[in-house]
Design a protein around this ligand. Structure first.
Ligand code: GLN
Length: 284
C-alpha cells in the first residue's frame, strides 16, 4: 500500500471516530511512524510503505480513534520550545501553562539574582520547573530546582525530562509540602489540580478517560489545593519569596482572596493572551 493511500486512510479513520482535528492528528502519527514530514510526503506518496510500519500506524490510529491523546501515543509533548516525555502518569503540558512560566521569567529579569531556589509543586512531567530553569540558565541565573509530586510514577517521568535537558534537580515524593520540611525557596511555582470534581466528567474523552484524575481533580469547588497552598506555603518561602499559581479562568478572585486572607502581599491576577485569567502571583 502506498503512503498516499495510508495517509488518506488515517484521516478517514479519525474523522469517523470523531477525533478533533483529524488531519493534524493523522500528520503527527504518519510522521512519527514513517519518519516522513509533510513536504517529503508529497514527493513520496506513490511509494510503497514497509509492512511492519503499516501495522504500527494502524494500531496507533485505532488507539487515537479510541480517544487516547496523541501525545501519549508518540510519547512526547512540546512546552516552551522543549520536548517533554509524557505517559499516562502525567498531565500533558498545556500551552496555557506557558503564561505562568513567562510571569516568573519577567520577575527574574526585573531582579538582580544570580541564583534562585525554585520549587515546582505538583510537578507532573516537570515541564514548568525544567522549562523555567532552562531559560534561567541561558540568562546566567542558576536555579536550584526541586520537583515535588505525590506520584512516584510522575516523578520518574519528571526525572527523565530533567536528565534529557541536562537540568539538575532534586525530586521529592511529597503530598504538597509534607516531605519538604526545613526547605525554603525564592519561588514556588504550581499548576495544581483545579477542576471541580463534578466537572471532570464533562471534559473531553481524551482528558477524562486518559489523563490522570489525580492531576485534574481539585475537589468539590476546585479550590482544595489552593486553600492548602495558601495556608502552608509561607513557611517554605524565603523572606522575599514569591508564589505563582496557575488557575482556572473563573478562579482568579477566589484564589486572590485565599492568598490575601493568609497575609500575602501584592496579589495579582494575570491574564493570558486570550484575555482570560490564568495565573495568580503574590509576594510573601
Ligand atoms: N506541572 C504539570 C503541568 O503543568 C502538572 C500539573 C498537574 O499535574 N496538575 O503540566
Amino acid at each position: 500500500m502506498t503512503y498516499g493511500r495510508l495517509w488518506k486512510e488515517g484521516v478517514e479513520m479519525l474523522v469517523s471516530a470523531e477525533v478533533a482535528e483529524p488531519e493534524e492528528n493523522a500528520w503527527i502519527l504518519f510522521e512519527f511512524v514513517f519518519g516522513i514530514d509533510r513536504a517529503h510526503y508529497f514527493l513520496r506518496r506513490e511509494e510503497e510503505a514497509p509492512e511492519e510500519k503499516r501495522l504500527l500506524y494502524r494500531e496507533l490510529l485505532a488507539r487515537r480513534g479510541a480517544h487516547v491523546p496523541v501525545q501519549y501515543l508518540t510519547g512526547f509533548a512540546w512546552f516552551m520550545g522543549l520536548k517533554f516525555f509524557v505517559d499516562g502518569s502525567v498531565l500533558i503540558p498545556r500551552q496555557d501553562t506557558e503564561t505562568l512560566a513567562e510571569e516568573v521569567l519577567k520577575e527574574v529579569s526585573a531582579g538582580k539574582e544570580s541564583s534562585l531556589k525554585v520549587l515546582d509543586l505538583c510537578a507532573g512531567s516537570g515541564c514548568i520547573g525544567i522549562g523555567v530553569a532552562n531559560c534561567l540558565a541561558k540568562r546566567g541565573v542558576s536555579a536550584a530546582l526541586t520537583e515535588a509530586d505525590i506520584s512516584e510514577a510522575a516523578l520518574a517521568t519528571a526525572r527523565k525530562n530533567g536528565d534529557y535537558h541536562g537540568i539538575a534537580c532534586e525530586y521529592v515524593r511529597s503530598d504538597l509540602f509534607s516531605e519538604l520540611n526545613g526547605r525554603r525557596y525564592d519561588y514556588i511555582l504550581s499548576n495544581p489540580p483545579y477542576i471541580e470534581t463534578s466537572a471532570v466528567e464533562t471534559l473531553m474523552e481524551e482528558v477524562k478517560n486518559h489523563e490522570p484524575r489525580l492531576a485534574l481533580d481539585g475537589g468539590g469547588d476546585g479550590l482544595f489545593f489552593y486553600r492548602r497552598i495558601a495556608k502552608e506555603s509561607r513557611a517554605y518561602l524565603e523572606e522575599k519569596g514569591r508564589l505563582f499559581l496557575e488557575i482556572g479562568y473563573d478562579q482568579g478572585e477566589a484564589v486572590k482572596e485565599l492568598l490575601t486572607a493568609e497575609g500575602f502581599c501584592d496579589v495579582r491576577v494575570v491574564k493570558d493572551l486570550a484575555g482570560k485569567p490564568r495565573v495568580v502571583k503574590a509576594h510573601i
